[in-house]
Design a binder for this molecule. Sequence first.
Ligand SMILES: O=c1ccn([C@@H]2O[C@H](COP(=O)(O)O)[C@@H](O)[C@H]2O)c(=O)[nH]1
Length: 228
Amino acid sequence: MNSPVVVALDFPGFEQAMAMARQLNPQDCRVKVGKELFTRCGPQVVDALHQLGFEVFLDLKFHDIPNTTAMAVKAAAEMGVWMVNVHCSGGLKMMAACREVLEQHQGSKPLLIGVTVLTSMEREDLAGIGLDVAPQEQVLRLAGLAEQAGLDGLVCSAQEAQALKQQWPAGQLVTPGIRPAGSASDDQKRILTPARAMQAGSDYLVIGRPVTRADNPGQAVAAILASL
Ligand SMILES: O=c1ccn([C@@H]2O[C@H](COP(=O)(O)O)[C@@H](O)[C@H]2O)c(=O)[nH]1
């Protein structure tokens, strides 16, 4: 599977998510299960998506003390997901504990990815939480910690991809905030088109509403792939 597209299944229930997944082709994209869908449906929805042939990114953005976060990552690995993530702002010890628990895990290991600065945030939002820095500065700082902890890559905006690839060439970049030209930005702030994101160095494009709200989601994915 070498498509970079990961479709975010942000739905309130099992049937809606599965109806969307059935309109997508596992050869064209992976799927992402986030907080809303997982909180409502739990591991059952991950199993059902695996049965349809999809690789699953479990996007629960764990953020807690090291032991609690590492045990959550272990549970994700036992579900057989392709990718799991934790917040880099949980710190070096927390990320290292997650790496360690995966090293001890028997069987296939999910990619372990660190969330940097949410793509819905811009400089003034960071100032609001006491961080008076440009988003890219904070992203690069957190990337350094994630690399040190042995993570596989980062969730970031594609706007930071070029600088990140210079700082950490092996880090895999998972970029939400992707908007095909002419799409509504919704609540996203640091956005880029699919083609520009790939040119900047993104490895995976996380795309939700521009696909799931399209009249024909399967065609929307095909059009994005054709634009790359
Ligand atoms: O920084 C982040 C981290 C995660 N997300 C998630 O990606 C999708 C984006 O959906 P769109 O509908 O394409 O905006 C969504 O599930 C977020 O929870 C993010 O957007 N930014």
